[in-house]
Design a protein around this ligand. Sequence first.
Ligand code: ATP
Ligand code: MG
Length: 336
Amino acid sequence: MPPGGGGVPQQGRGMSKQAASEHIEIDGVLLKLSRPNDTTGGWIGQREILMQLLACWLTVDASDLPLTPRLIGPPGVGKTQLAMAAAAESKLPLYIYQCTSDTRPEDLLVTPVLSQNGSIAYHASPLVTAMIRGGVCILDEGNRMNEKSWASLAPLFDQRRYVESIVAGITIPASPNFRAAVTMNQDESTFEIPDYILSRLQPTLGVGFPNKQDELAILQYHLPFAEAEMLAMTVEFLQRSHELRLDFSPRDGINMLRFALKRLAQDPEHPISRDKAWREALEHCLGEEALDLEAAAERRRRTLGGDAVPLGLADFFFDADDPLHPDRDDEDDDEL
Ligand SMILES: Nc1ncnc2c1ncn2[C@@H]1O[C@H](COP(=O)(O)OP(=O)(O)OP(=O)(O)O)[C@@H](O)[C@H]1O
Ligand SMILES: [Mg+2]
């Protein structure tokens, strides 16, 4: 692993030490750097995927280059957390760029800002700061960003390893220690990323739902003050939803449990029952459909038109609409 903190900034004339450490001059243009993200948090369980991500960032020879993987998976499964934990394990400073549908190329690279004395100051984005400092940049929710913005990163993610800021009129090379990962999830508000970009973001690492033991450890890690009984109920619920291919995630579990615990603690004189607090949290955090997982799974199966992974043994032997299927419900045909 490379050491952290490469690309020591040059000291600008007449600036204090503190201010100087936040600036760097490239081809005569003074850039103000972003601050690293100091959020901490480890990665629990699923060691293999963490090792795969760390392998992407290794260089095995002086002429080797690191890879920039795509981390994909359903919302709340831990993609961002995984990349943050990998940065911590690599002992590199972490920068996170939150991609949105209106991210412009200059937001991603260098933004001109009108300063108090009327001159223009150039601010380096978290991505460019990671390139200069030799840190990790997570391009979070990368598929929310449009093609134009992605195009500005094409040279960064191949052997060229630089970006060109049109706004500042400079080319910025990445430190050899610069590493990146892109997180993505599939929902309606995302763009198709063009193939020439996708081919630079490899490999694809799929983050899946944790097993029972890991999920319990994740909830305990985030809510160490939760009672064992409440934790167990939540883990049971999440594991059942994973079995049924519903998208309730560790994040959903953390949020609902947090709400349930607050409701329980609210009135020590007249405490509501654990069961009531838990069910109420389930309904208000995850929606009514969470109250009946089996029915939710059945609805989802129907909307997917039988594309969902088979749930019963008979599904392995018969198509969903096979008249010989033992669970076939003839009324379904009228509805479909
Ligand atoms: N293996 C894990 N170890 C520790 N915390 C985890 C793990 N998996 C999930 N979490 C926790 O679950 C929550 C959701 O994780 P995270 O925000 O990384 O999900 P995500 O996949 O990036 O979601 P989104 O697609 O919505 O951005 C966070 O609080 C995170 O810390
Ligand atoms: Mg995320």
